[in-house]
Design a protein around this ligand. Sequence first.
Ligand SMILES: Cc1cc2nc3c(=O)[nH]c(=O)nc-3n(C[C@H](O)[C@H](O)[C@H](O)COP(=O)(O)OP(=O)(O)OC[C@H]3O[C@@H](n4cnc5c(N)ncnc54)[C@H](O)[C@@H]3O)c2cc1C
Length: 563
Amino acid sequence: MNEAQGGGRSRVVILGGGFAGVYTAKHLGRLLEGRTDVEVELLAEENYFVFQPLLPEVAAGGIAATHVVNPIRELVPSARFRCCKVVSVDTEHRTVRVSQGEGLRLIDVPYDHLVFCLGKVTDFSAMPGVAEHAFAMKDLADAFKLRNHVVRCLELADIEADPEQKQALLTFVVAGGGFSGVETIGELAELVARSLKYFPRIRPQEILFKLVHAQATILPEMPQQLGVAARRILERRGVEMILSSRVRAASRERVYLHDGRVLATRTFVCTVGAAPNPIVKDTIAKAGFDEATLGGRRIGVFATDATLACAGKPGYWAVGDCAGIPNPNGTGLCPPTAQFAIREAKTCARNIVASIDGQSKTSFAFKALGILASLGQRSAVAELFGVKLTGFLAWFAWRTIYLMKLPGFARRLRVALDWTLDLFFPRDITQLQVFHHEHLHVHHYEPGEAIVREGQVGREFYLIVKGEVQVEAPGGGAAVAQLGPREVFGEKALLEDTHRTATVRASSPVDVLVMSRADFRSMVENLPILKEYFTRLLAERLPGAMSRMSQTASDVRPSMSST
Ligand SMILES: Cc1cc2nc3c(=O)[nH]c(=O)nc-3n(C[C@H](O)[C@H](O)[C@H](O)COP(=O)(O)OP(=O)(O)OC[C@H]3O[C@@H](n4cnc5c(N)ncnc54)[C@H](O)[C@@H]3O)c2cc1C
């Protein structure tokens, strides 16, 4: 379906509701005030704008989650807002295809000027198991889930008798030594340190924080001296630095590094893995847009000129993380930061209006005023107007600057209040369980990891999607059965309400589809065909039957392989 054109008016369509999109729309609103010949429409997947630099504080419970978001309609009342998912861009007909509404109808939205502000996406696919088991730190839900998870780990550790399990619950691993990784580990360390007084059975020396970073110095975006200072501050607080190392894979209970190290943990936050937005990649490939390069490597963002126009494509603009904009200081491209996105948006809005009015455009000019990173516990590192600061002063500057940058007076007031209360009161350790649990999820395991342990209460049922597992003889003996793709295990303990009778261990990298006990039981009880199947399977897995070691699933020696 194609929407009606703007009745002779110029239509400026902005894709994305982050820093770049919202600030472009805000500036256009100001520049076009009182004019009826131009219509501005902003398209974004969520109806709110997230102030990402404060997400680590949300994850650490220092700020209430809703205080770092603003409804886009409230921020840019002058623009039309459409809550939808951008599916593709048709440059031939100058329309954007979106899916919207409850039925996810496909609609074509026409434009005269199109502004790409789609940012980047997170892609963990190069690291097996990371998508399934790691927390990201990109949007509000990530921060909110992480806070609840950390509190849950403390609750579980407080009552855990097994020292190995307890240590994994009290080990917090963050991958990525850039801003988001460093700020996240600093804030989490503060949350845990301030919560410990409520958990008498957890000793401070049992808590481990580990930061994994691919380079030799953290905070590579900052002057090296500040990266070194940040490292010292964090190390003094007990954060272990695992430098010049990369994550290879993750499972439910471990993080695997390329250098062979294995970190046992129940909390893994992965802040690496930023990838080009698929819509941007697709448009570059299909419509012949120039792609920006860095050090001779294509980086999946639009190459723009100094006016923010996409090279050689009149009417197309790109701002923020999805744009490769020449840095006015002559050193490559503008960094992908909010600070730059906000300033780029202003130049872009001005040039769009100049273009519509047939006037000359201006080049983007901006010198970063400073750079700051918070480390939690009232300390930070910063460079402001060329002056390097560390510790409390830097932290105070960080808070003041970010408070001023937060859009909307009401939000600023709420965050200021959160911060003031946080000075006098303990962190909130309420564990909220507001997320709908997925009924089915995939878990990844690396060779040697136990998926099911003998003696445990059966809580889940497993279907092998990829890879192989081995079933061990009771008492930790030799492998008695090998199971592969499309085979199942874990049914016995659920159907018979018993403990696990054997340990099942990954014998290769394995992905298993996991179903909860309640879902499994209600499926089996309500679907006669499944009931029949499992009755037969259990019978086949009774003592005396042959082991599947020697071929098929029904050959598994039941007394040892039924779990
Ligand atoms: C934890 C964290 C801390 C940070 N700290 C700092 C800091 O201290 N200082 C700093 O300057 N920068 C910081 N940054 C970086 C900064 O937040 C980004 O550079 C900035 O958000 C980029 O803005 P953007 O608008 O280009 O992209 P984004 O903010 O990513 O916005 C992209 C928008 O596009 C929308 N979108 C994407 N695809 C689609 C689609 N198919 N359909 C519809 N909508 C879509 C998204 O929903 C979103 O609204 C931080 C980032 C993170 C994650």
